[in-house]
Write a protein that binds this ligand. Structure first.
Ligand SMILES: Nc1ncnc2c1ncn2[C@@H]1O[C@H](COP(=O)(O)OP(=O)(O)OP(=O)(O)O)[C@@H](O)[C@H]1O
Ligand SMILES: [Mg+2]
Length: 332
């Protein structure tokens, strides 16, 4: 094999040619992508250090393209070198152009053979709720029927054809903000109020003793790693909206669906929201590729930063072992 491989017409270095990835004995070098040095980021930094990794927090905004740099990128703390893995905690919001460029940087890092978790592809699939719904449906993961259209007229047609209430959500979620229950076409906002996209989902909530509830299952490394139940008087049960986080018994059906939903979006560390509808049928509501975990950690007792770090470093060790074993093992 040549030292370089052509991927979708773009010439990128084969991962096995990179000095660092070729030396599994060196301490893994991790870039923690985070918009702020909040508690989650600080806990992750501590957990990476405790696991023997060398870790630096960076903002995607500070990674530059430079076509004459060794890999086409320069990064704070790494210069023209690359980390072994990128752990994405949060991405800054920005203009359409800025967000496009930053996602492009994550795509580029994956193309360069850096382990990126979650990678840009899965982040894009989760950020756009209509794409999540599309992929869940294609994968046969139960989720309330959903539509995404760009005109009020089309949205009115859907609402009129439905007998039961729908939930209108911003295409890009904001921890329970901006959701509305739509019971008739008159409840639909104007196009400019919702950035020109009507994402509608059948309402599947069913209160028990006057309280609504759903489940958050955290999937990491291909398994359900922590769960909680969230309860509130209101049907929107985000912790940020005041819902209570409560411990819950492991539920193998919900856990299996959460894993299937994570696979459907191609994620490696995802927070999956699920509920049981009025018929008791489990439904996936959404998949988060940059989940926070304050409530979940308290309710489940799981040390989430330690878990995140362990699974990411295990994935990195597995990918280094595949590379060390040669091209046949890497291909398998
Ligand atoms: N189809 C639905 N039926 C019943 N309740 C719903 C439905 N969709 C959302 N909800 C309630 O609203 C909450 C928030 O919805 P959702 O998880 O889809 O978006 P979000 O949390 O605002 O998005 P993000 O996590 O991307 O910020 C859910 O946890 C659930 O309590
Ligand atoms: Mg949610």
């Amino acid at each position: 094999m040549s030292a370089e491989a052509s991927v979708t017409g773009v010439h990128v270095e084969a991962p096995s040619d990179r000095r660092r990835n070729g030396d599994p004995s060196s301490a893994p070098r991790i870039a923690l992508v985070t918009a702020d040095l909040d508690r989650h980021a600080r806990d992750l930094l501590r957990a990476f250090k405790a696991a023997g990794a060398s870790v630096k927090a960076i903002e995607l905004a500070d990674i530059a393209y430079d076509t004459e740099a060794r890999h086409g990128l320069t990064m704070p703390h790494f210069g023209e070198d690359l980390p072994d893995a990128v752990c994405v905690r949060t991405m800054d919001s920005g203009s359409f152009e800025q967000v496009t460029r930053r996602l492009g940087v994550l795509h580029a890092l994956s193309a360069l053979g850096v382990l990126v978790s979650n990678d840009a592809v899965s982040i894009e699939r989760c950020v756009d709720k209509s794409m999540t719904s599309f992929r869940l449906a294609r994968a046969g993961v139960p989720s309330p029927r959903s539509w995404a259209v760009e005109t009020r007229k089309e949205a009115e047609r859907i609402v009129a054809a439905e007998k039961a209430p729908l939930v209108l959500k911003p295409l890009f979620g904001a921890q329970g903000k901006g959701l509305r229950l739509i019971e008739s076409a008159g409840d639909l906002p104007a196009e400019e109020e919702i950035a020109g996209v009507y994402y509608l989902q059948r309402f599947a909530g069913s209160p028990a003793s006057g309280r609504y509830g759903d489940y958050r299952v955290l999937v990491s490394g291909g398994r359900a790693a922590a769960s909680m139940r969230r309860e509130a008087e209101h049907w929107i049960t985000n912790i940020k909206q005041g819902a209570s986080a409560m411990p819950t018994e492991p539920d193998v059906e919900l856990e299996a669906l959460a894993v299937a939903a994570t696979v459907a979006v191609g994620g490696s560390f995802c927070g999956v929201d699920l509920l049981r509808d009025a018929n008791g049928v489990a439904q996936v509501i959404e998949v988060n590729s940059m989940p926070a975990w304050t409530g979940l950690e308290k309710a489940s007792g799981v040390d989430i930063p330690a878990l995140r770090v362990r699974d990411l470093l295990a994935a990195l060790a597995a990918s280094r072992a595949r590379l060390a074993a040669g091209p046949l093992a890497s291909a398998g």
